[in-house]
Design a protein around this ligand. Structure first.
Ligand SMILES: Cc1cc2nc3c(=O)[nH]c(=O)nc-3n(C[C@H](O)[C@H](O)[C@H](O)COP(=O)(O)OP(=O)(O)OC[C@H]3O[C@@H](n4cnc5c(N)ncnc54)[C@H](O)[C@@H]3O)c2cc1C
Length: 497
């Protein structure tokens, strides 16, 4: 089969690129190894329940933001979204609660009540952060490639934003922790837990500006999608087909295909078929798998190999629960970030002390009558699920221990749940690996480092001139960010018509 652009992987990144390029007139073929599209955004169906595999926290659906902007170009309607405000409630180990969202005034009042020991500084921290975050988000709306544009072009754009732009430039290589001096340990842990959830790292790891985008976004409220992120994936797949592109399911790709001169010319499928691409090959695989599986390690430059060894990601442990529909609402929110220990000694470790609880919205029935679908997420160190197990029994035991520990933590953090929840299924990094083939089942963006916020070149570029990598590991994290990378790349390859 011959096409202009071949896209390997039908996650949100691959689907978005393929949908945009197909609509812009290119001959596109997307290859997905699973019988359905979506990757990490796919839903998990069992016993009449449709569980989201994520937190159900979606940003950038306001008019002019990235998702409406992409759908404005596509020949299909976007999925139905509803604003959700507050975004979630954070419950701390002393059972105090901060409601994230509900307008700035109420949020600041809440901060003052919960952190009286550093009230003014906590409010000041958030005001500065919100200014930087809101400015950056506005700039990203106008320039989806802002984070990877050249230094000159970026500086010019930032300086047009006056004082806020100058502050962004001044804070560009700092971690969040640089701005937490004088704030209490409790406040720091409140920030750590949220950053871990939204940006995969704690306040010593996440760049201040990445935190500014993530924390200001959720404070202004988020969105829920009818049918969850799987509905977004399905619309994008429909769009590719409507525009004349091909979506081939059950089509695992083995590696890149090279010509006799060593140029990548397309991909070889596991079936033995070759698909050639005259303009571009897009990998929607993680950055590790793009090189390790598609390019081949023997063709990967040694400096990239070394960089890949240094990059780390987290694994996820998910529990899918059935909740009694008549169970009382917990603190008026469907979404909860529970922190169960302050961890006063040592760096923040999310593995044992935080959980994210997300119930499907009441207006989106994803469960049998009288029930609701709930997803609970815990972080877990991915590699340990692939080592030290001599047999399947040992692995099952590990899974059982993790489930019991999370169950105990959930009930300790949210005692109101009582007997209203029941476990339907759980997924560990092995399950993620089976479903998505992501290295070690690691999910989400890579663990960030403070110095890497600006990259000075497009993040989707690879060591091969016609191979591009669009995934959450080459974006900041979250669907909006992957979609932004996809749009920035599509704009480079084919102008909007
Ligand atoms: C627990 C959790 C909670 C999350 N919550 C949220 C949230 O609330 N809000 C939000 O915005 N984001 C959330 N995210 C992030 C978001 O879901 C992911 O970042 C995003 O879906 C990743 O998309 P991707 O384009 O990188 O591709 P992936 O989802 O990784 O998809 C890659 C695709 O490639 C396919 N593939 C792999 N190998 C091959 C091959 N050899 N040949 C063909 N196909 C192949 C896979 O089957 C898969 O379909 C969450 C993530 C996790 C893990």
């Amino acid at each position: 089969m011959d096409c202009e652009v071949v896209v390997v992987g039908g996650g949100i990144g691959g689907l978005t690129v393929a949908a945009l390029l197909a609509q812009r007139g290119m001959n596109v073929c997307l290859l997905e190894r699973q019988p359905d599209v979506g990757g990490c955004a796919a839903s998990f169906d069992k016993f009449g329940y449709t569980f989201e595999q994520g937190h159900g926290l979606y940003s950038s659906w306001e008019p002019d933001e990235i998702h409406p902007r992409i759908f404005a170009e596509l020949p299909v309607e976007p999925p139905e979204v509803h604003a959700v405000d507050p975004s979630y409630v954070v419950r701390l180990p002393d059972q105090s609660e901060v409601v994230v969202g509900n307008g700035n005034e109420q949020f600041e009042r809440n901060l003052r009540e919960v952190f009286p020991e550093c009230a003014d500084s906590a409010v000041g921290f958030y005001r500065e952060l919100n200014l930087a975050g809101t400015t950056l988000r506005q700039l990203l709306q106008q320039n989806p490639d802002l984070l990877t544009a050249s230094k000159t072009s970026r500086t010019y754009k930032l300086l047009s934003k006056g004082k806020a732009g100058a502050r962004i430039l001044a804070t560009a290589t700092d971690p969040v922790s640089a701005y937490l001096n004088g704030l209490s340990f409790r406040f720091r842990r409140f920030v750590d837990a949220q950053l871990q959830t939204l940006a995969q790292g704690n306040s010593s790891e996440v760049p201040y500006l990445q935190a500014a985008i993530a924390l200001s976004e959720v404070q202004q409220g988020t969105f829920a999608i009818r049918g969850g992120s799987a509905a977004l994936a399905a619309r994008l797949a429909d769009s590719i087909r409507t525009s004349g592109g091909a979506v081939r399911l059950n089509a695992p790709v083995l590696r890149l295909a090279y010509d006799s001169a060593g140029n990548a010319v397309g991909v070889d499928l596991l079936s033995g078929e070759k698909v050639t691409a005259s303009k571009a090959i897009v990998s929607n695989l993680t950055v590790w798998d793009t090189y390790g599986k598609l390019v081949g390690l023997n063709r990967t430059p040694s400096e990239i190999r070394k960089a890949l060894q240094r990059l780390r990601g987290w694994g996820a442990y998910l529990i899918f629960l059935s909740l009694e529909d008549n169970a009382p609402d917990v603190s008026g929110s469907d979404r909860f970030l529970a922190v169960t220990d302050w961890q006063t000694d040592g760096p923040y470790d999310p593995e044992k002390h935080q959980l994210f609880y997300s119930a499907a919205p009441r207006w989106d029935q994803r469960a049998p009558a009288g029930k609701r679908a709930v997803t609970v997420h815990a972080f877990t160190e991915a590699e340990s699920w692939f080592t030290f197990h001599s047999d399947e029994e040992e692995l099952e035991e590990r899974d059982q221990l993790m489930l019991e520990a999370c169950w105990e933590r959930l009930h300790r953090a949210m005692p109101e749940l009582g007997g209203s929840v029941e476990v339907i299924e759980s997924v560990n990094p092995r399950g993620y690996y089976d479903a998505t083939r992501r290295k070690l089942g690691m999910v989400g963006s890579v663990i960030p480092t403070a110095f890497q916020f600006w990259r000075d070149q497009a993040s989707y570029l690879t060591s091969l001139p016609n191979l591009f990598n669009i995934s959450d590991t080459t974006s900041l994290g979250g669907l909006a960010s992957v979609s932004r990378t996809a749009l920035a790349f599509a704009d480079k390859l084919a102008a909007r018509q």
